[in-house]
Design a protein around this ligand. Structure first.
Ligand SMILES: [Zn+2]
Length: 242
């Protein structure tokens, strides 16, 4: 920890106040690389200090750079630093404990609240995920159902249409066959009726001709009588129905 450059500077420049350069070099070391820890004892601090006397005529405190005229005074001075350090450590420990005491319930409260909120959030999110999964599954099932249903409907319509066409074809054939048969029967009936009519007409004509012949004969006979007998007998004759 000896600043050799400073010491050389002081030796070469006797007019400058001694220890002025040491303030810069020691203060930097004291608060950076040589940070005091709580387990350092007074003896350790003194050992460091007294092992580096400055120029043999004065002793410099490594912590605050104060120059003392004897080893005894430096030892006495170091004790004040140690006492301050211990006081500082005690104060710091107390404040740390108080701080921890204050913060622990707050932390626990915070953790409880946070955990509750996290659980609630997880529940909500799980519910949403489950709802989403359910809807996705449901939609998929619905789509599958609709596709199956549509396919079944189309298959049914195809089958039904085919059956209907087959039925209509059969039915039309039956109707045509029925009409053919019916027409044939009707024609047969008409033919039979025509034959009967002709027969009837022939018979009737023959009867009529026979009647005409009879009447003609009777008329001729009557005319003959009219010539033989007076007209008044012919007119009043009851047997003459003509
Ligand atoms: Zn000091």
């Amino acid at each position: 920890m000896i600043d050799t450059d400073s010491r050389t500077f002081r030796e070469n420049n006797s007019g400058q106040k001694r220890g002025e350069r040491n303030i810069m070099s020691y203060s930097k070391d004291a608060f950076s690389s040589k940070t005091v820890s709580t387990d350092q004892t007074t003896g350790q601090l003194m050992q460091e200090h007294i092992s580096f006397p400055d120029g043999g005529s004065s002793y410099t405190c490594e912590v605050c750079c104060k120059e003392l005229t004897s080893k005894a005074k430096l030892e006495e001075h170091i004790i004040t630093h140690t006492a301050m350090l211990e006081e500082h450590t005690r104060t710091h420990a107390a404040r740390l404990e108080e701080h921890t005491t204050t913060h622990t319930p707050e932390s626990e409260e915070h953790m409880t609240t946070y955990t509750a909120r996290l659980e609630e959030h997880m529940r909500t999110q799980n519910a949403e995920v489950e709802e989403y999964m359910y809807m996705r599954t449901y939609n998929t099932e619905s789509e599958e159902h609709m596709i199956t249903h549509t396919l079944e409907s189309e298959e049914y319509i195809r089958t039904y249409t085919t059956e209907l066409e087959e039925h209509m074809t059969t039915h039309n054939a039956e109707v045509e066959e029925h009409l053919r048969t019916y027409n044939a029967e009707l024609e047969e009936q008409i033919r039979a009726y025509a034959v009967e009519l002709e027969e009837h007409m022939r018979t009737d004509t023959e009867k009529l001709e026979e009647q005409m012949r009879t009447h003609t004969e009777r008329f001729d006979s009557c005319r003959y009588k009219r010539t033989e007998f007076p007209v008044r007998y012919f007119v009043k004759d009851p047997s003459d129905s003509m």
